[in-house]
Design a protein around this ligand. Structure first.
Ligand code: ZN
Length: 549
């Protein structure tokens, strides 16, 4: 049985999800960050011939977060359930088995399951001994930490603790358990291109992952001994060391084995990334049945690559898919229910459930919270194209823009392309060195720590390499500023000090005295500071003489 996880970064923008699924070649395919809510789900995505599919949707915002699991008919699950805490259970065909939820309030459980971050399928399998067992697959998209929002740090830790509570409860019932997905945490220093050596192991989400995983041979100094800290990442009922990282089981010390790269800085060509995507199996299952685990870095089309594991298990398909299966949704069940009546119902339901987030039902764009707007979507695809590296299947850009937004996005991409087309950054030919020293200018020394800029490197606060922080509101301003620059007759871009190649222009996006100021940096892809093929340290303001700090 082959099981795959992939943060697909938007399922609706794929040219054909059926082709994706077929080419990935796995029995159970788990996607995260589908960015699809029920109001947007269309039949070709929901119902794929030969598979049955299960979705969890965000109840807070449309087009945000979301996970989906597709199962080959040979592995049709017996049960399926949305969420971790039971509050979304339908009362029909649920997986059940929640563990002790007494440490969570009802409102908290509702909040933790309101973002469409978990789907559980339970399958019947036969192991190589011929024994028939249950296998629960928990597909999760763990929240990303926003360094400026303490409530999201807390949210992430509570999510992780709830995940562990559920996974261990299923395990106690005698089921095999696999937790997989975008865990949004790099585990060890070798899982991060630029680990902060002082703080790295102290971060609570990392301590949670350390604790969750099987710890034979693990550095005991990493054990959390402080009671307060321990309570932050566990409940008195959660145990430790029951799961194994499938990839590290085979490749315990492999360096540069990343699964996520910042698309904006082309850091995939220099392999300057992080490992955030995992297949974590219970120790009994992994030791008896895990045959292989690969990170499919050749698969393009998202800022993450897929991870696939093969187990010596045979699926025993259920005769009928559980009620949560997407093909039973009234909108796909051929019942001719009027779409308009469905949407009204969905909208009402969402507004009731929205407690803390702004509802954006009218928006068809990706969310602002995930920092991927029209402009950044356009921009994020560019570096790969400009690098001259074959990109494989490229997702189409969102087509449902308003004409105004579309125009602005196009202007910006035209402008940036023009800037960068004067020099094509070459993909790095050599593997980067192991040098960990950070001397990258974009991390703040020359700009000031408060300025988050467009092409910031992956930092610890948000595991995922930071993408453009444009918001829709900024798009207009950014493009008008860019046009002003263009019409004002920008001269040739300066040559970078390291390579004597034309620089690219970027803009400060974060609030602060330097907001919207433009600057030049080396056009090459971001990489380790010791890699001569990667971006050099060149930095200069476009308006050198103005409001210099
Ligand atoms: Zn350079």
């Amino acid at each position: 049985m082959k099981i795959l996880t992939w943060n697909i970064n938007g399922i609706r923008t794929r040219p054909s999800i059926k082709e994706d699924i077929e080419s990935l070649d796995a029995d159970i395919i788990c996607f995260q960050e589908t960015k699809v809510t029920r109001d947007m789900l269309e039949e070709p995505v929901a119902v794929v011939d030969g598979y049955n599919s299960y979705f969890s949707f965000s109840r807070k915002k449309t087009g945000y977060s979301g996970v989906a699991t597709y199962c080959r008919e040979s592995c049709t699950p017996v049960k399926a359930e949305e969420g971790l805490g039971g509050v979304l259970a339908s009362g029909n065909g649920d997986v059940g088995c929640y563990g002790n939820l007494g440490y969570y309030g009802k409102e908290e459980l509702e909040s933790l399951d309101a973002e469409g971050r978990a789907i559980i399928t339970q399958h019947t399998v036969r192991n190589s001994e011929g024994e028939v067992k249950d296998l629960a697959i928990i597909n999760v998209y763990v929240p990303r930490v926003d360094s400026e929002r303490d409530d999201r740090k807390e949210y992430k830790l509570r999510f992780l603790t709830l995940l562990q509570t559920r996974a261990e409860a299923l395990l106690r019932e005698g089921s095999y358990v696999i937790v997989l997905g975008d865990i949004n945490t790099s585990h060890r220093m070798i899982d991060h291109c630029n680990p902060d050596s002082e703080e790295f192991n102290l971060r609570p989400d990392r301590q949670w992952l350390n604790r969750f995983l099987w710890s034979e041979g693990q550095d005991s100094s990493l054990e959390v001994k402080d009671e307060q800290e321990l309570l932050q990442i566990s409940t008195p009922d959660t145990k430790s060391g029951q799961f194994i990282d499938s990839f590290r089981y085979f490749y315990p010390d492999q360096e540069d084995a990343f699964t996520c790269w910042c698309t904006l800085t082309s850091s995939r060509v220099t392999n300057y990334g992080t490992r955030l995507d995992y297949i974590l199996g219970d120790a009994g299952l992994v030791k008896s049945s895990l045959k292989a685990c690969v990170q499919m870095v050749e698969v393009q089309g998202s800022d993450h690559c897929p991870v696939k594991a093969e187990f010596s298990l045979d699926g025993v398909p259920a005769r009928k898919a559980p009620p949560l299966c997407a093909k039973y949704m009234p909108e796909f069940a051929g019942k001719q229910q009027k779409l308009s009546s469905f949407f009204v119902k969905a909208a009402k339901k969402e507004s009731v459930n929205a407690s803390e987030e702004v509802i954006e039902l009218s928006s068809s764009q990706s969310s602002q919270e995930s920092n991927k707007s029209v402009d950044s979507n356009t921009e994020r695809k560019r570096p790969m194209e400009d690098s001259g590296k074959p990109t494989g299947k490229k997702p189409k850009l969102e087509s449902k823009k308003s004409s105004e937004e579309g125009k602005q996005a196009n202007l910006m991409s035209f402008f940036r392309k023009k800037q960068s087309s004067q020099t094509k950054p070459e993909p790095a030919k050599e593997k980067s060195t192991n040098e960990r020293k950070s001397s990258d200018i974009t991390n703040g020394n020359k700009i000031g720590d408060n300025d988050r800029i467009v092409d910031k490197k992956p930092v610890d606060a948000s595991e995922k390499p930071v993408k453009s922080t444009d918001t829709k509101a900024e798009t207009g301003k950014s493009s008008s500023a860019a046009w002003k620059g263009l019409l004002g007759g920008l001269g040739k871009p300066p040559l970078c000090k390291g390579h004597k190649e034309a620089c690219v222009m970027r803009m400060v996006k974060k609030d602060g005295p330097n907001r919207f100021r433009q600057f030049y940096v080396c056009a090459r892809a971001e990489g380790h500071s010791g890699n001569p093929e990667a971006r050099c340290e060149h930095f200069e303001w476009l308006d050198k003489n103005k409001k210099k700090k």
